[in-house]
Write a new protein. Sequence first.
Length: 95
Amino acid sequence: MSAFVQGVTGQWYRLDEKISEGGFGDVYRAVRYNTNNTVAVKLLRDYRNWDALKRFRREVEVLHRLVIVGIIELLDYNLDAQPPFFVMPYMSGGT
């Protein structure tokens, strides 16, 4: 599979392989074009569903707070994209 997602910073990602799926989102191993780094991109599956979008936004807000205290790294996100997404470092074998 290959698809494209544009981030708020104008960075582009190539989605290579679905590595996980949850209740309302799918996670892909992806490549960030400008750095050639492998990243994990989570896409909201049912982005036209208001409740799912609200939960996804809340997830990004919580992740952003964890970034501030140094627990995780949130590389990029776009809640206005169709579908909304966020990007984190890829961890081989991680969940």
